[in-house]
Design a binder for this molecule. Structure first.
Ligand code: B12
Ligand code: SF4
Length: 540
């Protein structure tokens, strides 16, 4: 095979790092193979088919590689309006609100299905109009839903779960894919492969001038946050998380010099100033300290004045790392505290102690951290009680007291049940989910299940959230903000996930937590009063 066309399927605009790495990898091994990257997100819906048709006609690819990053539209967090509609639909006491929410929900469902249908239509277009081209498909969304999606793709499409470098190389060379995580449909039969030893990342680095030449749309990303991967794999076991399934549990590191070379090239050649470490986890454990430290030291040594972010285990931040993080330009952070109850955290196998998370925040504060922290809470996780909910409220107050209330933005991020996770497995065993359910099939009942918020605590939580979301202009809590929300920039700044900004701007998560506290405390006092009526005075 002599030519590859990569097609990044449409999603909310985000730098298509996966296909850039794939193209770069192939170029280093097969410099004669012609390559081109087409990012469909940058075209309006109506022009996407013709963009593919034009590119394929002109480029004449032997291999077309579709990269499917996102499917999810019912995000389980309050940065996304679909959660608000869903809560209004299921829990609002005002019937009018329920009706309005049901229309909004229907519209969102329509968009969700149209999005999937459209994305599937592009491989079909290639299969029909360019039948000689081999089709491959991969990416985060494909990996998450491979079993369902492969059924809907043209026969012969080679699906790859997880990383795709070696698999594409093998297809070009006509080698067997037996040692790759492939999925293939032949009629009604599905064939799958198991990855042998995953690729080492010691030679992975981007040749930016080459990339620029094959990705003419790169200009759309000047000024945007650029993804950089420093390692693959996550050794933890968090019950809801799909990342170890996608990347594997074994951590593979890229040499810090190569990671920083990527950053430096984008900095000098594209003028990029904002970067996101796309690692499942930037600090995967103590073993990662040398690599993380060296990366940050090199950023400093090369005088790269950047803002960076990524998923970071705050519990693993040491005083030294905190100083380096701040000096090397760490921006806003998203911290998945999940719960303020150690029992709930342990049950989810989160593998960290709350005290260590607070320590990490303390070290950041001492190092002069000036960014925002989005504190993600997955309320109503398994083992949640009224008491543990109150502990979550307390944990927010602790973090806010360490970093400053004006920097800490709690966000309600309900557990979304994803296929191939421990949580899904447990819920199947408990009968909460039925075997053979289709995670892509959204109905009012399935959405309610997949946005994990079960009875009996669901109604208090929903009430608190709805109360907070109704106060659109942000916190009206009598306790004043010590910082000024009006200073929140319109643009999201270094933070890469713009959808979460909605939650920050309103700081509705804080309101939701405080409302929840109010609801639970008033319930408690009613229960106490009721029990005290019949109780002996000595027991009061
Ligand atoms: C970093 C990250 C983010 C960052 C991105 C920052 C940035 N500037 O890039 C932030 C926090 C912003 C983010 C946001 C979201 N993300 Co996100 N994100 C990730 C994460 C952790 C890594 C993605 C990544 O860049 N990896 C590094 C690159 C090199 O890998 P890659 O792109 O996956 O490509 C490799 C393989 O997939 C494969 N591959 C890719 N394409 C192809 C094509 C072919 C033919 C082949 C063979 C192979 C192949 O090979 C590539 C190289 O090895 C993944 C989880 C994970 N561990 O993968 C989730 C993930 C991709 N995100 C996901 C989602 C849903 C989202 C959101 C939509 C969440 C939300 N509801 O708000 C948003 C919006 C994203 C957007 N479009 O704007 C889902 C997608 C699955 C799904 N359910 O649809 C994932 C898988 C997480 C999950 N839930 O399990 N995300
Ligand atoms: S939540 Fe983070 S630490 Fe836990 S398994 Fe997923 S990537 Fe790893």
């Amino acid at each position: 095979m002599e030519s590859i066309l990569y097609i990044f399927l449409p999603c909310k605009k985000v730098y298509p790092i996966g296909v850039t790495y794939l193209a770069d990898f192939i170029h280093r091994r097969k410099p004669d193979v012609r390559q081109r990257i087409l990012d469909l997100s940058l075209f309006p819906d109506a022009q996407r088919s013709s963009a593919i048709r034009d590119a394929a006609t002109e480029f004449k690819p032997d291999l077309v590689c579709f990269s499917w990053r996102d499917i999810q539209i019912f995000s389980p967090h309050e940065g996304d309006s679909s959660l608000e509609h869903a809560f209004n639909f299921y829990f609002a006491s005002n019937p009018l609100k329920r009706i309005v929410a049901s229309f909004a929900g229907l519209q969102q469902l329509y968009r969700y299905y149209s999005h999937i249908r459209a994305a599937l239509s592009y491989p079909w277009l290639i299969a029909k109009e360019f039948p000689k081209a081999q089709i491959m498909i991969g990416g985060g969304a494909f990996t998450a839903f491979a079993d369902q999606l492969i059924q809907k793709l043209p026969e012969g499409t080679v699906g790859i779960l997880g990383e795709g470098e070696d698999a594409i190389l093998k297809v070009i060379e006509g080698q067997s894919l037996e040692n790759e995580r492939y999925i293939l449909r032949e009629g009604k039969t599905i064939r799958k492969g198991q990855q042998g030893s995953p690729a080492l990342l010691d030679a992975l680095t981007v040749d930016l001038p080459y990339l620029t030449s094959i990705f003419p749309q790169y200009q759309e990303y000047l000024g945007e946050s650029i993804g950089v991967q420093s390692k693959r794999g996550c050794p933890y076991d968090c019950a809801f998380c799909l990342y170890p399934y996608i990347e594997g549990k074994r951590v593979r590191y890229r040499p810090p010099s190569m990671v920083v070379k990527d950053i430096s090239q984008h900095y000098h050649q594209w003028g990029a100033r904002r970067f996101w470490f796309t690692d499942a986890q930037f600090i995967t454990g103590k073993e990662a300290y040398p690599q993380c430290t060296e990366i940050l030291e090199r950023i400093l040594a090369e005088k790269l004045e950047i803002e960076w972010s990524g998923y970071i285990r705050t519990s693993l931040i040491t005083p030294e790392l905190a100083k380096l993080m701040v000096r090397s330009g760490v921006g806003d952070l998203e911290v998945a505290i999940t719960s303020g109850s150690q029992v709930v955290l342990n049950n989810l196998h989160m593998g960290f102690k709350l005290e260590r998370l607070y320590d990490g925040c303390r070290y950041l504060a001492e190092a002069g951290f000036k960014g925002k922290v989005i504190l993600n809470y997955s309320l109503n996780s398994p083992k949640e009680t009224e008491e543990s909910l109150l502990q979550s409220v307390e944990s927010y107050k602790v973090v806010a007291s360490i970093l400053g209330e004006e920097r800490v933005f709690p966000l309600m991020f309900f557990l979304g049940i994803q296929p191939n996770t421990d949580l899904e497995q447990r819920l199947l065993e408990e009968g909460y989910l039925s075997a053979g359910y289709n995670p892509l099939m959204l109905t009012p009942t399935s959405i309610k299940k997949l946005l994990y918020n079960p009875a009996p605590l669901n109604s208090f939580i929903a009430k608190a959230c709805l109360r907070a979301w109704e106060r659109k202009e942000g916190s009206r809590d009598p306790r004043k903000w010590t910082g000024s929300l009006s200073q929140t920039p319109k643009e999201s700044g270094p933070y890469a996930d713009k959808s979460l900004i909605r939650g920050i701007e309103g700081n509705s998560g804080r309101d939701a937590l405080l409302s929840l506290e109010e609801i639970l405390r008033s319930r408690k006092s009613i229960v106490n009063r009721q029990s005290s009526v019949g109780a002996e005075p000595s027991k009061i």
